[in-house]
Write a protein that binds this ligand. Structure first.
Ligand code: SF4
Ligand code: SF4
Length: 374
């Protein structure tokens, strides 16, 4: 499986990870079979969002003898109350549940410790106040119980605040087709690249809604990271797991994504992405279903090719969007590695004619020359 660097953590993550939320409540055999097949097929990033004892014990059995092969997360503030998930901002309670997670998993540390599920400015202030959850995370990191600090949430502006604070190494938020035009999303992705913060894409299927067989689907606010949406899907262009994953992984700064799989069959449907050809991965025909699609923004689909001088238009646009206002050495190196640079463009206009999304490719090419070749 392709691997990417998880931002400044330097960790190598398989592009398809595993969200374990839906393994909660499943029989132990199912959990073990799903996790082990995932590891055998190259999945190495596992998001452990809950603190339920049975859920953790099942995962512990599944991961036995495999700890060094995987990247594990924990979520400070994900606790339980009366057997139900409970988001807590109590430092003491958060620490108790986290230490229990380590204990049950039989490990001394997690790789990424998330400040869990923060969606409002007010909640963010609570997290980062002195002696709050963030300070707890830093202490646990200093004690060697967490290698890196992450932030998870569903609000684009709050996630941006966390990224720009310089305090987090990883962010996890919703990246899916339905959220393609969420306000501020592009700026958030660019900020992550600029700050070296790795993006873990969650909700690639918008909580399963995108795979719904219904023709009209309602996608909630927390599933888009922006506004609630009502969508009409088409039988002619089905939203397959492979297309949804392909979309998430095409977005600027995304390092891995965590589909929630409840069993081996769902895992295999997600892992079909790894073997899928370009045609099966192509999500661009689906964008028309999403009323909020922003005309003129490149989606890196390369339907504008072939280019007579062999410019990879999608990749040039991708690097340009990633650069935002500042070109990092990594982005410059990626640009320099392109077989053909944007300055080779003859302005023939063929790509403009072919782009189904109204992208002003010539202007983008000029911009790329100014940004990367000046
Ligand atoms: S310019 Fe248009 S066709 Fe080309 S990669 Fe971007 S969106 Fe796709
Ligand atoms: S305009 Fe430039 S990038 Fe587009 S097809 Fe022609 S040469 Fe290639």
């Amino acid at each position: 499986m392709e691997q990417r660097k998880l931002g400044r953590t330097g960790l190598d993550v398989g592009v398809v990870g595993l969200g374990t939320e839906y393994l909660n409540g499943q029989p132990r055999d199912t959990v073990v079979a799903t996790v082990r097949e995932a590891i055998d097929r190259g999945v190495n990033y596992f998001d452990l969002v809950f603190s339920f004892p049975e859920y953790l014990d099942n995962l512990a059995v599944a991961l036995e003898g495999r700890r060094e092969r995987v990247i594990l997360t924990g979520h400070l503030g994900s606790t339980e109350k009366d057997g139900q998930y409970h988001k807590s901002r109590s430092v003491k309670q958060s620490e108790t549940y986290f230490l229990d997670l380590l204990d049950r998993l039989g490990t001394d540390y997690v790789d990424v410790l998330f400040l869990h599920n923060c969606n409002t400015e007010r909640d963010y202030e609570t997290l980062v106040k002195p002696n709050g959850i963030r300070d707890l995370a830093l202490r646990l990191q200093a004690e060697g119980r967490a290698r890196f600090i992450g932030f998870s949430g569903h609000s684009v502006p709050v996630a941006l605040q966390a990224v720009e604070s310089g305090h987090v190494d990883v962010v996890m938020f919703a990246v899916n087709l339905a959220a393609n035009a969420a306000p501020g999303k592009r700026a958030l992705h660019q900020a992550c690249v600029a700050h070296g913060v790795g993006i873990v894409a969650m909700k690639p299927f918008a909580g399963g809604k995108l795979l719904d067989q219904q023709r009209t689907i309602q996608v909630a606010k927390y599933q888009t990271g922006g506004e609630a949406l009502k969508l009409r899907t088409s039988d002619a262009e089905p939203n397959t797991p492979v297309r949804c994953i392909s979309y998430a992984l095409s977005q600027v700064g995304v390092c891995t994504m965590v589909p929630g799989c409840r069993d081996v069959d769902e895992l295999r449907a997600a892992l079909a992405y790894v073997e899928a050809g370009e045609e099966t991965r192509d999500f661009s025909p689906l964008l028309a279903q999403f009323e909020r699609y922003v005309e003129g923004e490149c989606v890196y689909c390369n339907h504008c090719l072939p280019c007579p001088v062999h410019i990879d238009v999608g990749q040039v646009n991708h690097l340009l969007d990633a650069a935002g206002e500042a070109v990092s050495p990594d982005l410059q190196a990626a640009y320099d590695a392109l077989p053909v640079r944007a300055s080779e463009c003859t302005a023939c206009g063929a790509c403009v004619e072919r782009c189904p999304f109204g992208v002003d490719v010539l202007a983008r090419i000029e911009q790329a020359v100014a940004v990367f070749e000046a």
